[in-house]
Design a protein around this ligand. Structure first.
Ligand code: SF4
Length: 723
């Protein structure tokens, strides 16, 4: 009989890269992905994709999968051994016994889980329940800690809940867009294109950009404020000072809907234009103009990202910007509000299930006994431990000191992305057991894995994700799982059930057979909370498409924009001004380390390049890492483009070729974050720094959000001499 050729079908999904959360249509013949195009019906992108999204199909090629994918469980019994292929049954028995013995001998806090903003909400939910509900430890944190925990803390401190108030539609309705600490054109390209469209449609729309670098986003701005690194709180307090002086604050709104303004008013008295201009390194008149544009506009929308978050004062930066919105009533109305852009595709979903060491499901607080009791009841466990777990940096420090003996890393690569790589790698070398659950066996962290658990990935997985505007998309898998890979949630559930047996639990709290069952338990946990999604069944999401939260039972639509009624989810119903005070960066430059180093994304790469690094055309924008310097600094140091230099901080040293940054400020240096040790070792090892740019960055973190200051380190730069 002649075989009937199967026609390619198109399946709706989302792009697995950034937090814009673009909808994609995946064309597949059931065995491979043939093509990808933007979903014209998805409200995040209306059919558009950036260079990364539009090449997704090239990352799902069978030949590539054989080379770089983790296809079978692997294990080694001694650190000196090579890992060998093993079976799931043997692997699970081994790690269950090891967990049970370690918990028995050293207590539940002797183990830790390090997750990823690239997991689906259902994956996140099960791991969170496994750690906090079954094992009894809050040592479950995520690489989202490196990405947005300061935004979480800023929202909670001022507005009462971790919920971005605006939506993408506000871009179309804004009169002023204030972009701070975000190279939106590179990091969130489809949002940037929407901004460009809005400018074409409304010539009166003005864009202000504040950033230490004149990025491609800054180049297009109507007003650019080239602030010195880490000076954002001074900038926002200064703008509020001017708004007060020029009567641009909304006293009626402040009186009716907020508290704490009197204290803040006292504080910002000190932030005179001259004082602030000196701190920030900008012109007084530019500061005045920015404040006037912000305060006078009918609708001001702020969009911000890692420049605010990855900072030792990240929470204060977020809060100070929200203060400005509250004082001028630029919130809770069309085209206005403080809008934190999420880096990863499902960092928002992780926040919703409480997938951080300091949070509980549905925006509950670990420190609140009632919240712990509610979750314990829902999960059917006696209690949830009150002791806060270790956040990302603390967790690896605890692995380093031996307090955490087993670390389970899921879908992320701390051996490249964490600051102070020398310490991180020593911690991984010294841990009693390192488990890495990964789709790609090529990451640096896999080198440290005693146990490698092969996971499914984009186009094979199904479940839900939430994007930056609180919009949840449900998608189905397109391809079957490869070889012996399993879905992330399946691995967690298998392990949890076996561990329950080993710990002598009489019945299972992990009855899940499908992602829908996990989703249903998760949405029940949100009942009555600010992010109530009890009305969002899988059926509704499939039939009506992506929806924004909150979406309680009985609702027919989600909420586009929050706080339009002026009521905030705080005890008093009022927003709270935070009394924000400027603090300089954790590691100021000095005579020995005179350069401000900032790190960030390049346009066409994603994170550590496990996926984008397999697509040749994505290297046309930048083929290798470089340190970008100003013309002045290059001339002073007799450097030419392409010369190799040692970039050295107090923690390590790296060799990079020099690139010229047009309009880069003297004394500043920029290095893209994507390249790891493969690149560096290709050039020969360089002292103690062999791990990419994070050999240089500081582990100093914000005391409230615990987010490390990846955006600033003091470095020196010297021309490399070769014999
Ligand atoms: Fe993917 Fe982000 Fe590009 Fe959209 S903007 S296609 S989500 S990388």
């Amino acid at each position: 009989a002649s075989a009937v050729a199967q026609l390619p079908t198109e399946t709706k999904a989302t792009c697995c890269y950034c937090g814009v959360g673009c909808g994609v249509l995946i064309q597949s013949d059931g065995e491979k992905v043939i093509a990808v195009r933007g979903d014209p019906d998805h409200p995040a992108n209306f059919g558009r994709l950036c260079t990364k999204g539009s090449t997704l199909h090239l990352t799902a090629r069978p030949a590539l999968q054989q080379q770089s994918r983790a296809l079978y469980p692997e294990m080694r019994l001694a650190r000196s051994d090579e890992r060998e292929r093993t079976s799931w049954a043997t692997t699970m028995d081994f790690i269950v016994n090891k967990f049970a013995a370690t918990i028995r001998d050293h207590g539940p806090d002797s183990v830790g889980f390090y997750l990823s903003g690239q997991l689906l909400t259902e994956d996140y939910y099960v791991f969170n329940k496994l750690a906090k509900g079954l094992i009894g430890t809050n040592n479950v944190d995520t690489n989202s800690r490196l990405c947005m925990s300061s935004a979480v803390a800023g929202y909670k401190q001022t507005l009462g809940a971790d919920a971005p108030p605006p939506c993408y539609e506000d871009i179309d309705q804004a009169q002023v867009i204030f972009i701070v600490g975000s190279n939106t054109a590179y990091a969130h390209p489809i949002i940037y294109r929407r901004i460009e469209d809005a400018r074409k449609a409304n010539p009166l729309l003005k864009v202000i950009v504040a950033d230490p670098r004149r990025t491609d986003t800054a180049r297009e701005a109507d007003l650019f404020l080239p602030i010195l690194p880490g000076t954002d709180v001074a900038l926002f307090n200064g703008m509020l000072h001017i708004c007060l002086w020029e009567d641009l604050v909304d006293l009626e709104y402040i009186e009716a809907h907020t508290e704490g303004f009197a204290e803040l008013k006292q504080t910002v008295r000190e932030y005179t234009p001259k004082f602030v201009a000196d701190i920030c390194g900008i012109k007084e008149e530019d500061l005045m103009q920015a404040a006037r544009m912000f305060g006078k506009s009918k609708a001001t929308l702020s969009m911000y990202c890692q420049g605010l978050n990855q900072s030792s004062s990240g929470t204060a930066k977020n809060a100070a910007l929200i203060n400005l919105h509250l004082a001028t009533h630029q919130i809770g109305k069309p085209g206005a509000g403080p809008f934190s852009l999420t880096g990863q595709p499902n960092a928002m979903g992780g926040r919703e299930v409480g997938g951080l060491a300091t949070m509980l499901s549905a925006h509950r607080d670990l420190a609140n006994p009632q919240h712990r009791a509610e979750i314990a009841k829902l999960w059917g466990v006696a209690d949830v431990p009150a002791t806060p777990g270790k956040s990302a940096v603390e967790m690896f420090e605890a692995v380093h000191t031996g307090d955490i003996k087993i670390i389970w890393i899921v879908c992320t690569n701390p051996a490249q992305s964490m600051p102070e790589q020398a310490m991180i790698r020593e911690a991984l070398r010294n841990a009693e057991l390192v488990i890495v659950q990964e789709a790609y066996k090529t990451t640096a962290s896999c080198d440290y894995a005693d146990v490698l658990l092969p996971a499914s990935t984009w186009s094979e997985k199904e479940g839900t994700v939430t994007n930056s505007e609180r919009r949840i998309t449900r998608f189905k898998s397109v391809l079957p799982k490869l070889a012996e890979t399993k879905h992330d949630w399946e691995i967690a559930v298998d392990f949890a059930r076996k561990l329950e047996g080993a710990l002598g639990k009489p019945s299972s709290i992990f009855p899940f057979e499908t992602t829908e069952e996990i989703w249903n338990e998760h949405r029940e946990s949100t009942r009555g909370r600010d992010l109530d999604i009890t009305g969002l069944s899988f059926k509704l999401l499939e039939e009506q498409g992506p929806q924004q939260w909150p979406f309680p039972e009985g609702a027919t639509t989600g909420k586009k924009r929050l706080y339009e009624d002026g009521i905030f989810p705080t005890a008093t119903g009022r927003a709270k001004f935070a009394n924000t005070v400027y603090q300089p960066v954790a590691e100021p430059v000095d005579a020995r380390y005179p350069f401000h180093l900032t790190t960030g994304r390049l346009r066409d790469q994603w994170h550590g390049m496990s996926r984008t690094g397999t697509v040749a055309q994505l290297f046309s924008h930048a083929s290798e890492p470089s340190v970008v310097l100003s013309k002045v600094d290059m001339e002073r140091r007799l450097l030419n483009v392409g010369d190799l230099v040692h970039v050295t901080s107090k923690r390590g040293s790296q060799i990079f070729p020099v690139a010229l940054g047009d309009d880069m400020r003297a004394g500043q240096a920029f290095i893209g974050m994507h390249w790891g040790e493969e690149y560096v070792s290709g050039r020969g090892r360089d002292g103690d720094g062999t791990y990419g740019v994070n050999a240089l960055t500081t582990p100093a973190y914000d005391p409230s959000s615990k987010q490390p200051e990846l955006k600033h380190a003091a470095v020196k730069i010297l021309k490399a001499e070769f014999p």
